[in-house]
Design a protein around this ligand. Structure first.
Ligand SMILES: *Cc1c(COP(=O)(O)O)cnc(C)c1O
Length: 385
């Protein structure tokens, strides 16, 4: 089945009791049993829920995997992956990643004795050099949030397999429509479904997708034992979001290209971070492993005062100043004070995340209006001394 057909039909089966074409929101905590232990496969809603089951089936299909698991948030999905490990185990992760993942690793799991190495994942030798007997997992985010760095999933998967490690890829920025890490050799794909999968900025949710049955069973055990499950209403919203994922991503990507090129040629802009540019260090790899370059863009003004960046951030009218990304509406964000404030300033600067970096989540509005909006905001920022 072709992708655009799959997005509409994945996980959808007419409801057996009524024929309802849309998966009902099974708002129930428990299921009546005919006799003790005799049930229809549903016992208690932390363990099984039909709306969640439909979503998990859809997640697996669209991510080219065998099994999907839905969680109450993206960080809850990440939390479940790290709970596969035990004290003393080591993890190799990128030095640029979502601030909340860094916080979970360094402030929560580090105190349970799990050791994290944050390195430049574009350096394959460095990855090899950090592997030892305790290494169990490589955590990759690509493109990264917010610097749009690219890691070579296939090459890292080869290293991971050679050393019998697990490779988990946070595929939130690309979405399953642009990149499918399982087909490139990853063991686990993680999503913040809050972003492109939901697509409408109206739900918090996370997902894991795997191929291996034993790994799925282990993650399912963690999901039901730790209890970070999404409610049925949220599962319904993400199922509905997935139906338009294909056309939304096409538009996010085409709008992203237009905006990236507009910023690139603007005399007031110093640097644009977008993997679609041929001089982006990860361009060739991005071209190889992604279907298009997406709608996430970061940039810096030539005027490198915080005041100029602040002026721009508070002057856009269509780009709303907010955390998060991946919704149909455009957002503008200041990583240093918003999404990535949980990373110490020293670490941020070392990794290339400046105090004046501005991140855009380009929505699916008319690109002419988005450009006009940025134009007037940049003009106001330019006037700041
Ligand atoms: C938002 C985000 C997360 C965390 O997901 P939540 O749904 O907010 O818990 C993880 N990774 C990336 C890349 C994100 O953008």
């Amino acid at each position: 089945m072709k992708k655009h057909t799959q997005y509409i039909h994945a996980g959808s089966h007419p409801d057996p009791s009524t024929g309802a074409i849309m998966t009902p929101i099974y708002q129930t905590s428990t299921y009546v049993q005919e006799a003790p232990g005799v049930n229809k496969g549903f016992e208690y809603a932390r363990s099984q829920n039909p709306t969640r089951q439909a979503l998990e089936e859809a997640l697996a299909l669209i991510e080219e995997g065998a099994y999907g698991l839905a969680f109450s948030s993206g960080v809850a999905a990440t939390d479940a992956v790290i709970k596969l490990l035990k004290p003393g185990d080591e993890v190799i992760a990128g030095s640029d990643m979502y601030g909340g993942t860094y916080r979970l690793f360094s402030k929560v799991f580090a105190k349970f004795g799990i050791h994290f190495h944050y390195i430049d994942l574009s350096d394959l030798n460095s990855i090899e050099n950090h592997i030892n007997q305790q290494t169990k997992l490589i955590w990759v985010e690509t493109p990264t949030n917010p610097l749009m760095n690219i890691a070579d999933i296939e090459a890292i998967a080869a290293i991971s397999k050679k050393h019998k490690l697990l490779l988990c890829v946070d595929n939130t920025f690309a979405s399953p429509a642009l990149q499918n890490p399982l087909t490139l050799g990853a063991d686990i794909v993680m999503h913040s479904a809050t972003k492109y999968l939901g697509g409408h900025s109206d739900v918090i949710q996370g997902a894991l997708i795997v191929n291996d049955k034993a790994l799925r069973d282990e993650l399912y055990f963690i999901q039901k034992s730790c209890g970070a499950v999404p409610g049925p209403m949220d599962c319904f919203l993400v199922l509905r979001g997935i139906k338009t994922l294909g056309i939304r991503m096409d538009r996010h990507a085409s709008n992203g290209e237009v905006i990236a090129k507009f910023l690139q040629q603007h005399p007031a802009i110093k640097k644009v971070y977008w993997p679609g540019f041929t001089d982006h260090p990860g361009h060739a790899i991005a071209k190889k492993q992604m279907k298009s370059f997406g709608g996430m863009i970061s940039f810096e003004l030539k005027n490198d005062s915080i005041e100029a960046a602040r002026k721009l951030l508070s002057s856009t009218k269509l780009f709303s100043l907010a955390e998060s990304l991946g919704g149909v509406e455009s957002l503008i964000n200041h990583p240093a004070s918003m999404t990535h404030a949980s990373i110490p300033r020293e670490e941020r600067i070392k990794n290339g995340l400046s105090d004046t970096l501005i991140r855009l989540s380009v929505g699916i509005e008319d690109p002419d209006d988005l450009i006009e909006d940025l134009k007037q905001a940049i003009q106001l920022a330019e006037k700041v001394k």
